[in-house]
Design a protein. Structure first.
Length: 541
């Protein structure tokens, strides 16, 4: 009942821009009472609006201006400290953590004119003051926010921030039942009734349900969030997480076009030297959606834009995007020979992000290994697999942070499976590929990626088709499509596998779905041509 209520309210709520007639940015409606002077209170509200859309630099700037307008406004310093703790992104760097801790110290020093403000400051101390790993601090902060919400049951901001802390805690304990995420959804649905235009409510509902098993629950929020906060680049992009989860490629493309444009505008307005990582993030999602819908020419345009970038801020998002986009372009289109020999273009190869985040190189070596194995060049494939093993061994995973080492391990095993097949070791190939698929199924993707470059269960299906095992291959493709619906390669593989298994009805169903998904395709992909031809041949059956 609660989830249905959320959908109905999000669908019927009036657009935020109908209520924003001033000259300030349109970010939705946030109400947060403070005891600061009028100017500082207004700037604090603005900072919170930016914060709820994860626009951390803009949020910190607004909070700093609030503190300057009222030096005794402790809650403004609290907001600055919140800007350095990005709960659903990478853990703060040592420099960011120090800045956040310093801002929190200023909040305590400035003091709070109300017990409520003092309690907000104290709750954040659970993150910055706690001993132990990042994950332990995240869990400590969630407990503190739980207490804060219970202390102020009528404070919607306490509830909304508690929901966010629950989602963050869920990324640490990785409960397969999504207990924390579901609880966050309940809190946000309750807040939604009171504040349908609050940016954090729609935003965090998307994050609460950004999992294959829950994604459909977030669709109303995804279709609403960009309109609530049209001046936030992240608000333009974030809905595409759900569109991508559900295979809604046209909506994913529109979302990321808007996000890329907004990110470019922000980088220019702020005087940023080079590309903002959020531009690259949108470009990766955009490439993925274009490829799934067979719009290869438009995907090529994104790749050309990428190779023209010489500088970008050195974050994990940048490192992932610059390596994944070219790898996807080659592997998704089965350009094995090009993939086998691909190296990073010289301009991109010097990006500082790649030297800071070595695991990203695995995307390139994965393309080399799979491409070489699929064309039978076992010597080159062995070398690339060996390099994947070296990268895997070198990745250090701090407690509570995302396990990129496991992602490299999945890629290495998929590559080893294709290498074994190329060497005629068919039983070994199936065994290793099944292990990769099982590990992939048990591993949630990082938000930085729209999806695996090649899902391991999908690759198992491809291998089984090569071995003539149609029925088993169909089961693998169907399982993969549950986690990644409407992937072009998944639908094509399921259609081929069904035909191989003698299941004409299933083959027609999957090829028909592929034709529908690729209705805007440019016509160059062999899989699309085959599906269209099959559908024409079997029409009326």
């Amino acid at each position: 009942m609660i989830l249905i209520l959320a959908a109905a309210l999000l669908a019927s709520a009036s657009p935020a821009d109908e209520h924003a007639h001033g000259h300030g940015p349109q970010l939705g409606k946030v109400t947060f009472q403070t005891s600061c002077n009028a100017q500082a209170a207004s700037l604090t509200q603005l900072g919170l609006a930016w914060l709820h859309s994860f626009e951390y630099q803009r949020a910190e700037r607004s909070f700093a201006e609030a503190a300057a307008a009222d030096p005794s406004c402790g809650i403004a310093h609290w907001g600055a400290a919140m800007s350095y703790y990005h709960p659903l992104w990478a853990a703060p760097t040592p420099d960011e953590f120090q800045k956040g801790a310093s801002a929190l110290a200023k909040a305590r020093s400035a003091g709070a004119r109300s017990q409520r403000e003092s309690d907000y400051i104290a709750a954040l101390g659970a993150f910055y003051d706690a001993a132990g790993s990042h994950g332990e601090r995240v869990l400590a902060y969630e407990k503190a926010m739980d207490r804060l919400q219970r202390s102020y049951p009528g404070d919607s901001e306490a509830a909304i921030f508690h929901a966010l802390s629950l989602i963050a805690a869920g990324t640490i304990d990785k409960d397969p039942a999504y207990t924390r995420e579901r609880r966050a959804g309940e809190i946000l649905n309750a807040a939604l009734k009171r504040q349908p235009d609050h940016p954090g409510v729609a935003h965090y509902l998307i994050h609460s349900f950004d999992y294959p098993a829950l994604a459909d629950l977030a669709l109303p929020a995804a279709r609403r969030y960009a309109g609530i906060a049209p001046d936030s680049a992240h608000a333009q992009h974030m809905p595409s997480h759900i569109f991508t989860r559900l295979g809604l490629w046209d909506e994913a493309i529109a979302s990321n076009r808007a996000a890329e444009a907004a990110a470019k505008a922000w980088a220019k307005a702020s005087g940023m030297s080079g590309a903002w990582d959020q531009q690259l993030h949108a470009m990766d999602y955009l490439t993925y959606a274009y490829l799934q819908s067979g719009r290869d020419a438009e995907a090529e345009t994104v790749l050309r834009e990428l190779t023209a970038i010489a500088r970008a801020n050195p974050t994990p998002t940048t490192a992932y995007a610059v390596t994944s986009i070219p790898a996807r372009m080659l592997l998704e289109r089965r350009r094995w020979e090009e993939a086998a020999t691909f190296e990073m273009p010289a301009r991109l190869g010097g990006l500082e992000a790649l030297s800071r985040h070595k695991w990203a190189e695995a995307n390139l070596r994965f393309a080399n290994a799979v491409g070489a194995a699929r064309m039978g060049d076992t010597a080159r494939a062995k070398a690339a697999v060996a390099r994947l093993g070296e990268i895997e061994a070198s990745v250090v995973v701090p407690p509570g942070e995302y396990d990129w080492r496991k992602q490299v391990a999945i890629q290495r095993q998929v590559a080893e499976g294709w290498l074994a097949y190329a060497e005629g070791r068919k039983d070994d190939a199936v065994r290793v590929m099944r292990a990769a698929a099982d590990l992939d199924d048990a591993t949630e993707k990082h938000p930085v990626t729209p999806g695996s470059i090649l899902p391991a269960r999908e690759q198992l299906g491809e291998l089984l088709v090569e071995l003539g095992e149609g029925k088993e291959a169909l089961a693998a493709f169907e399982a993969s499509l549950k986690r990644a619906p409407k992937r072009l390669a998944g639908l094509y593989g399921a259609g081929r596998a069904a035909r191989l298994a003698g299941d004409a009805a299933q083959a027609r169903r999957y090829f028909a779905e592929l034709v529908e998904v690729t209705k805007a395709a440019d016509g160059n992909r062999a899989e699309v041509k085959e599906a269209r031809a099959f559908r024409a041949q079997t029409a009326g059956r």
